[in-house]
Design a protein around this ligand. Structure first.
Ligand code: BDR
Ligand code: CA
Length: 308
């Protein structure tokens, strides 16, 4: 079994990614660490606990940073709903997280399992950056770090013209992670809008799979509206689930090893990734950037894992 530690700002697409990992027979999810992002921290923790319970699991959920390292929190409640789970009336209160603070859990888990942990951050990188500042040695002890964030080499942003939400929320944290020496793989929003758009036909298919398939669609209620009005995609897209697919099975991906930095500062470039294609900035190659993940492979994995 491969050991996954998943860092999440749990909202509607995070929850689907969490279900995929929890349902995969070869993946042992050792914990979920939660960070503020899509929704305020307390809500994200409740969303994670609800999702774990729905999957019939008892994986611990740990509370982490309630704001970015140096900035105020900007949420995506206009995209994922006030409660982050589509505002469909789910009972998202009253569950109790595990003892332990997320950055410390990240440190302890990686140190206790050297070379064995796949860390999968699918929210802002605040918890991971704090862990790295406290314990830089974890960079060489982690097996893989599969991040949902950025816009690949060419993609548009989803929170500003050029920035993707997770990296926009806490760009300083991204820079700490980029310079840490961790073995990084980035799955950007560009991959999601190319290969993880949940068309009506796919939504109908998911609904035939049972409770988790219905859950995966129901909680996208507000994201669906965002797709109609803002991105004009043919349905909600699944950035965190396609990042999880790559974490589970990287074989079908096309990747490029590149030198990557991030724009720190204010708009309009806040949180935009900078790819040093020609080496002008002499950024050491620090990220395997996923350029393509085949859509057929992603959806067949999703259907397999969410089915009864
Ligand atoms: C990312 O931002 C969030 O809204 C999603 O959960 C995903 O992690 C996509 O840009
Ligand atoms: Ca997320």
């Amino acid at each position: 079994m491969r050991k996954f530690l998943i860092d999440t700002d749990t909202a509607s697409d995070d929850a689907v990614a969490m279900c995929m990992a929890l349902k995969h027979p070869d993946v042992d999810v050792v914990g979920f660490t939660v960070v503020a992002g899509n929704v305020p921290l307390d809500q994200a923790v409740q969303n994670a606990l609800y999702t774990v319970e729905l999957c019939g699991a008892d994986t611990p959920v740990y509370v982490g940073a309630d704001r970015p390292m140096l900035r105020d929190l900007g949420t995506a409640q206009d995209v994922h709903g006030e409660d982050g789970m589509g505002d469909i009336g789910l009972p998202l209160t009253g569950r109790t997280p595990a003892e332990g603070w997320a950055p410390q859990v990240i440190i302890d888990t990686i140190r206790a399992n050297p070379g064995e942990i796949t860390l999968v951050p699918i929210g802002p990188l605040t918890n991971v950056a704090i862990a790295l500042l406290m314990a830089p040695d974890i960079a060489e002890k982690v097996e893989r770090v599969v991040v949902m964030g950025g816009t690949g080499e060419t993609g548009p942003g989803n929170i500003s013209p050029t920035a993707e939400f997770n990296f926009w929320v806490d760009p300083e944290a991204v820079r700490v992670v980029l310079r840490s020496g961790m073995p990084l793989e980035f799955v950007g929003w560009d991959v999601s809008i190319k290969s993880a758009v949940v068309t009506n036909e796919r939504q109908e298919h998911l609904r035939t799979l049972g409770p988790l398939g219905n859950f995966a669609i129901d909680i996208q209620a507000t994201l669906q509206g965002y797709a109609w009005e803002e991105t004009r995609l043919a349905g909600p897209d699944f950035p965190d689930p396609i990042a999880m697919a790559h974490a589970i099975d990287p074989a079908p991906a096309t990747t490029e090893h590149l030198g990557v930095d991030i724009a720190i500062g204010s708009e309009p470039m806040r949180g935009t990734i900078i790819v040093d294609h020609y080496g002008f900035a002499q950024i050491p190659k620090n990220v395997h950037v996923v350029a393509h993940y085949p859509e057929a492979h992603f959806f067949s994995m999703l259907y397999d894992l969410l089915g009864d």
